[in-house]
Write a protein that binds this ligand. Structure first.
Ligand code: SF4
Length: 247
């Protein structure tokens, strides 16, 4: 893993998902095979494979302190193109410090991660009902998870994290995106641990070869998604969990 400390020019960027996004890191140690953030490579000088480099924006909190004074409040997505709680966050605490600044200014934020490290900041998170945390969970099957997300935490741990956050009084959601095969058990497993669930399908572009290599091509067809939509909708309704499909 090549880790480089860098000085960013800005930290609070405009986003299409929410008003703003903060990415304290460029690159992600989780290196998921389907990650759409791989396109970030185009904007960096990195020759390394996605998942093998991380630039650490060591001035992230200093920048945010300045920028937050000048911009109109709006929801911040943490993060769009990296996992804000990837292992390096333990040492650098950039996400933690940004979160504290957002809390101080009463800005709303939506955190999206796969990492148990988010629990470290539960004290900050539970101080505001404007802060919510989503754990990305793409399948209920560890074998499938290992194919697509070999360096990310196991599914069981992510579900446990949701439970702990929810129990601590933080608003939680599960992001089932991209929807992979064998997600059928998730509605039952998520019961009592989330406020809502979002579901989206795969960006085929990067997954094509991985799917073929593992003989999972069926999961790229429209039939697969139509079928899963029906099954998951019915299962989430049965569990009484609000859900939304983004496809
Ligand atoms: S955790 Fe998220 S940002 Fe990181 S590689 Fe996986 S999909 Fe990409």
């Amino acid at each position: 893993m090549i880790v480089e400390e860098v000085y960013a020019k800005t930290i609070l960027s405009k986003s299409k998902v929410f008003e703003y996004t903060i990415n304290p890191y460029v690159g992600c140690e989780h290196g998921c095979t389907y990650c759409y953030a791989r396109f970030m490579k185009r904007f960096t000088d990195h020759k390394e494979e996605w998942g093998k480099f991380v630039d650490v924006k060591i001035n992230a909190a200093t920048l945010l302190k300045q920028e937050i004074q000048k911009k109109r409040p709006g929801r911040v997505w943490i993060s769009g193109v990296c996992d804000p709680y990837q292992p390096l966050e333990k040492k650098y605490e950039l996400t933690k410090r940004c979160l504290e600044i957002l809390l101080k200014h009463r800005w709303p934020a939506t955190i999206q991660t796969k990492s148990p490290l988010v629990l470290r900041d539960v004290g900050t998170l539970k101080k505001s009902d404007k802060l919510e945390v989503g754990l990305s969970i793409t399948t209920a099957d560890e074998n499938i998870r290992r194919i697509f997300e070999p360096n990310a935490p196991p599914i069981e741990q992510r579900i446990e994290n949701l439970e702990k956050l929810h129990f601590a009084g933080t608003k939680t959601f599960a992001m089932i995106a991209p929807l992979l095969p064998k997600a059928e058990d998730l509605p039952t497993q998520l019961n009592g641990k989330v406020d809502y669930v979002l579901i989206d399908k795969m960006n085929y572009h990067y997954a094509d070869r991985v799917y073929k290599r593992h003989k999972l091509e069926y999961a790229m067809t429209n039939n697969f998604f139509t079928q899963k939509k029906i099954e998951l909708a019915s299962a989430f309704e049965k569990e009484g969990i609000p859900y939304q499909f983004l496809f």
